[in-house]
Design a protein. Sequence first.
Length: 184
Amino acid sequence: MAEDKTGGGARSERESAPPGDGPISVVIAVGLLAVSAYVTIQGFRIPQPEGWQTAPGMLAILLGSSLFVMALVLLTRAIRNGALSQRDSDNQTDSSFSRVAIALVCIGIFYFGLLAYLPFEPAAIVFLLAMTWIFWPEGKLWIKVTVAVCLPIFISLAFRGGFGIPLPGQGNLVLFAQYLWVTW
C-alpha cells in the first residue's frame, strides 16, 4: 500500500498507478503500430507525379511514421510501468475501453461532421480542444489552446503552403489568408 499524500489514508497500488498502464495499453499500442506501419507503407506506394515535393503520399508517410513513433513510446512506457504484469486490471480495462470509445466518437464527429462543413483548420482546432479537454483534464488551458491552434496551422502551412497538398475540409484558409495579405 502506498501512502496518500493528500492525507486521505492509504491507497492501493492500483489506485496510484497512472492511467493507461494496463494490458489494454499494450493492445492499443500494437494496433496503432500496425495501422501506422500500413499507412506509411501505402504512402510510399502512391505515385509521385513530379517527385517527392509534390507526392500526395507525403502526408500519409509523415503522419503514419509519427504515429508509429508515438505508439512505440506508448508501448515501451506501458511495458516499463508493468502493463504485462499479473495484477487486477478489470477497472482499468473498462476505463481504457471507454476512453477508446470516446476517442472514436470524437474522431467520427471530426471527420464526418466538422470537416464536412468547415475548413481543416477550425475543424482541427475544435477537435484538438475537445480531445485535450477529455483526455488531458489536468493540463493548463493556455497549453491546450496553444496546441489546438498552432498544430493545425502548422500542418496547413506545411502541406497546403509548402507541398501544395490539399487537406480535408471545406475551403482553404491558407489561400484566404494569402488573399487577405495581398489585398491589404
